[in-house]
Design a protein around this ligand. Sequence first.
Ligand code: MF3
Ligand code: CO
Length: 302
Amino acid sequence: MRTVPRTIKHPDWAVTGIPKAEQRLSRTKIDILDAKGQDAMRKVCRLAREVLDITAAEIKPGVTTDYLDELCHKACVERESYPSPLNYNHFPKSLCTSVNEVVCHGIPDQRILLDGDIINLDISLYHGGYHADVNETYYVGDRAKADPDSVKVIETTRECLDKAIEIVKPGTPIREFGRVIEKHAKSRNLKVVATWGGHGINTEFHPPPWIPHYSKNKAVGVCKAGMTFTIEPILALGSSREIYWPDDWTNVTGDGKRTAQFEHTLLVTETGVEVLTARNENSPGGPVVLSTSTTDGTAEAA
Ligand code: MF3
Ligand code: CO
């Protein structure tokens, strides 16, 4: 495991591997942050965006996922931040790298990225006593040559997150996000992976609420100004059935088809939402235009 200087504040799992405080939380009480807490969230989320962009800029054929982990780790430490995944429930690295059929929580290793792969980078930071969480899926190599299925799953997932964010404001029931996401996924014949969800995020990494990404869910509660949470849908090209690798972290699709995921950390404001981990004009990645044969919901020619 990489080390973090002692001068940087560590979360409780850094030493034991167990998120004790998180496990003790009530499952229903959703925190409302005051102005000071909101500013702390703005700060850590800005740092998380910087770290994601620095790491993503190095995605190219020939680099290993462990090299990306090293970059992420160093960028966190330079920003006086602890990489939240490190030793969280014994996760061994500072970054999650999920390539092609890996659904999420891939562990960086010596795997070399190849032209035509897709990779999700999931970055979380702990700074000033607060966590940030952001992830994006990227094309490896020439994105103009990406295969149509990869473009379909990546761009539709990006749009699903955007559509869910559009309805965030005080009063929106938390169960609504899943409805919006699954409706759009279905319009392109894609499946929502139901196992994973969004979550509250603040002084804890995964406090309530749990946010399902599928429709007809029974999530309780409504958005209130001062709440901070993530939305992070995963869509699959084929079946959403997952299989675990023996490392107990990496989960892959049972049919080997690809998935994509996008995540932002959000703050509910009096009038709507602030996307705390928003991209800026220099952020690597970003949307690719979908072909019309993809947007009409039918399968495109091979
Ligand atoms: N960042 C992930 C999330 O979106 C959690 C990663 S925790 C780890 O909630 F241990 F898997 F790294
Ligand atoms: Co998250």
